[in-house]
Design a protein around this ligand. Structure first.
Ligand SMILES: Cc1cc2nc3c(=O)[nH]c(=O)nc-3n(C[C@H](O)[C@H](O)[C@H](O)COP(=O)(O)O)c2cc1C
Length: 228
């Protein structure tokens, strides 16, 4: 049995999941600031700390939603991302894992395989941050390469784990890469910064079936080799 808040790193890791339905309860700015302050202790090669984070909450969330709403009507999926969210032809075993988590997710909400509108409807919940009251956007300077993108991932994971300590849940969202121009326009960021990822943050809707999904993992033997 895992508690609603985490009290150890193991608890935090085991209790983190991608929350795809949030309660309307707001998140304190002071809490978000504290999460970022602690998460900034994440390591980065050369201590570059190559992360740039924008936090939306309160009125800015409302303004962001109001900016996006009319655009979603004409073009619900957004535009072309600036980077490949997945490799263009994803090989095995990754392809099967991606397929599997999608199937598992749609099963939790009773959307069957050939219900394309149902699947699209669920995907589009991304663009409401799954109802979250607050969100973060992670940007990367275009001069940075894979090592620094990995560093940003470390900051994101630290944040997601620290969030658990506060009883908060999160969902990292690369889906926002399809709206990079609108987002960077909204944030007013300089052109050298590229949008990497969004993250919804808030308190889970404990009754939402989609939050019952716990994604599978390959066993250690499948991804780690011990050289004795
Ligand atoms: C960088 C990153 C981007 C992601 N983007 C999305 C997204 O756009 N929408 C979504 O629903 N889930 C997104 N996810 C969540 C993954 O699907 C999820 O982490 C994976 O299926 C494992 O499930 P878990 O997070 O519940 O353990 C993203 C995760 C990461 C790490």
């Amino acid at each position: 049995m895992i508690a609603d808040e985490a009290s150890s790193v193991t608890d935090a890791i085991r209790s983190r999941f991608s929350c795809r339905a949030f309660a309307p309860r707001p998140v304190d700015e002071a809490v978000l600031r504290q999460l970022l302050e602690v998460a900034s202790r994440s390591p980065s090669g050369g201590n570059l700390q190559p992360w740039v984070v924008h936090v939306l909450l309160g009125d800015s969330m409302a303004k962001f939603r109001a900016m996006l709403e009319p655009l979603l009507v004409g073009n619900p999926m957004g535009g072309k991302a600036e980077y490949h969210v997945y490799p263009p032809s994803l090989g095995e075993p990754y392809r099967t894992r991606r397929f599997q988590v999608g199937e598992d997710m749609f099963r939790t909400i009773g959307v069957v395989r050939d219900d394309r509108p149902g699947r699209v409807r669920q995907f589009l919940r991304n663009y409401d941050f799954f109802g979250a009251p607050a969100a973060l956007f992670f940007l990367v300077d275009r001069q940075m390469g894979p090592p620094q993108w990995a560093d940003i991932g470390m900051l994101m994971q630290s944040l997601m784990l620290l969030a658990r300590e506060q009883g908060l849940d999160t969902c990292a969202q690369e889906a926002w890469s399809s709206w990079h121009a609108e987002i960077t326009g909204f944030l007013g960021t300089p052109p050298e910064l590229m949008l990497f990822c969004g993250m919804a943050i808030g308190y889970r809707d404990a009754d939402a079936p989609i939050n019952g999904l716990r994604s599978r993992r390959a066993p250690v033997e499948e991804f780690a080799t011990f050289h004795r």
